[in-house]
Design a protein around this ligand. Structure first.
Ligand SMILES: *Cc1c(COP(=O)(O)O)cnc(C)c1O
Length: 460
């Protein structure tokens, strides 16, 4: 059979509100042309993020009812710990309310002011948490990552030579830990190969520096390894994941990604002494070490989600559906990042709107048009998000002008995706007439969330 079907059926549905173009234009104006300021109810297809937006299974919902809400040593905790240990393999498992709390605890205990943390590409909260404790977050993506249109199987890889040079220069004293993000979210959801992870691990181990994995999309990464890396085609994804984690000393995880949960995360480490310090911090701000800011029912849902996400039929469908959108857009002449990443499709707005100056925010303008066209909510990853240097107030064009269509797990069907492809194609066909935007007010930090805009063509 050629058709790859969604490997699930629905027993509970949520209505989608359909709207007219006039309604959407009014809502967009009320939201000051910022898609974060829309009400979710005004959105037809919400591709703002894949974080915490997954559909849980019947088993996941059943697990919520099994939740044991005892303060300490709840049954839910032991089920959670067992699931995490089984897949990730680390000795110490520390639950947190989401990924960034794990990051904060990790960097607070490991990083001193002035020290450097290398990563293939830091996710924004990861970078912010390194910088918050006075560290310097250095991105070392591989060369193939620079060109959105260039095909390569593992564009999420770290530049191992650059890492070796940095480690040679700063040594163990200057680098308290190395991190690798799988898949590389900020680099387009692109995977990291086992060979690259192994090479990074060797550099880390020979220098005596701990290696941590930012594991948010570990199952998608493991699937890509199975599909694309020699020697893995017959290995179960769970064993590929175990091999990935065996190369590191610990990990941070957001259960809002590859665990199908609406909330949750954890931190793992093989270092018992460090784990003790981390648990002390956990108690201070998250909670007792057997719940860490989560309800027992959340722990149970995560335990179920971690097992489901490694199902081969699910991963086949998941990666195929993302690829489906990217390839259909590509065939219709829309410039997209290729090959498709795991969780999202990225439209290259710089190539689609070359007439719009980067500081008139081409990707924001495109995202706005896509909403006006079809009620599809996406997110700008470009000069609105990254163009302003908050400490100097200076603005310059970002490296990329991308519109990200993040695909929530198990939420939308193929016809929803066909609708999205059609909408993007329609907007792309009239790209020449799209003008940019101007910011009328914005804070200095993380301005993309709350900035107000005005359209440069003056039209409402
Ligand atoms: C989402 C994410 C995080 C942070 O997790 P939250 O649960 O949102 O706090 C960290 N790293 C990566 C790669 C992510 O995608």
């Amino acid at each position: 059979m050629k058709t790859i079907i969604e490997p699930f059926r629905m027993k509970s549905v949520e209505p989608i509100r359909l709207s007219t173009r006039a309604e959407r234009a009014a809502w967009m104006q009320e939201a000051h042309w910022n898609l974060f300021l829309l009400q979710a109810d005004q959105v037809t297809i919400d591709l703002l993020t894949d974080s915490g937006t997954s559909a849980m299974s019947a088993e996941g919902w059943a697990a919520l009812m099994r939740g044991d809400e005892s303060y300490a040593g709840a049954r839910s905790w032991f089920r959670f710990e067992e699931a995490v240990r089984d897949i990730f393999g680390y000795r110490n498992v520390i639950p947190t309310h989401q990924g960034r709390a794990a990051e904060r605890i990790l960097f607070s205990t490991m990083v001193k002011p002035g020290q450097v943390v290398p990563n293939n590409t830091h996710f924004d909260t990861t970078r912010a948490n390194v910088e918050y404790v006075g560290g310097r977050a250095v991105d070392l993506p591989c060369a193939e990552a620079a060109e959105p249109g260039q095909e390569a199987p593992f564009k999420g890889n770290m530049d191992v030579e650059a890492l070796r040079a940095l480690v040679g220069e700063l040594g163990r004293e200057g680098i308290p830990l190395i991190m690798v993000t799988v898949t590389n979210n900020s680099g387009g959801g692109q995977p990291v190969s086992m060979a690259n992870l192994r090479a990074v691990s060797e550099v880390a181990r020979s220098a005596g520096i701990p290696l941590y994995i930012d594991a948010c999309r570990f199952a998608e990464n493991a699937w890509f390894i199975r599909q694309r890396e020699a020697g893995y085609a017959d290995i179960p994804v769970i064993d590929i994941a175990r091999e990935m984690f065996s190369l590191a000393d610990g990990c941070t995880m957001s259960a809002k990604k590859d665990a199908f949960a609406n909330i949750g995360g954890f931190l793992c480490t093989n270092d018992d002494l460090l784990a003790r310090q981390e648990r002390d911090l956990l108690i201070l701000t998250e909670g007792f070490p057997t719940y860490g800011g989560l309800a027992g029912r959340d722990l149970d849902a995560i335990a179920v989600g971690l097992r489901e996400v490694l199902d081969h039929d699910y991963l086949h469908y998941r990666i195929t559906s993302t690829t489906y959108v990217a390839e259909h857009l590509h065939r219709r002449g829309v410039p997209v990042m290729r090959p498709a990443g795991g969780h999202a499709v990225y439209i290259d707005a710089r190539r689609l709107l070359p007439h719009v100056d980067p500081l008139c925010y081409p990707a924001q303008a495109l995202a706005v048009e896509l909403f006006l066209e079809a009620g599809v909510r996406s997110v700008e990853i470009g000069s609105v998000m990254f163009g302003l240097n908050p400490s100097t107030g200076e603005e310059k064009a970002s490296r990329w002008e991308l519109v990200r269509l993040a695909i929530p797990r198990r939420v939308y069907t193929q016809s929803h995706m066909d609708y999205v492809v059609e909408a993007v194609t329609e907007v792309a066909a009239r790209a020449g007439g799209i003008r940019g935007l101007r910011i009328t007010e914005a804070p200095r930090f993380l301005r993309h969330f709350t900035a107000h805009f005005e359209r440069l063509d003056g039209s409402p």
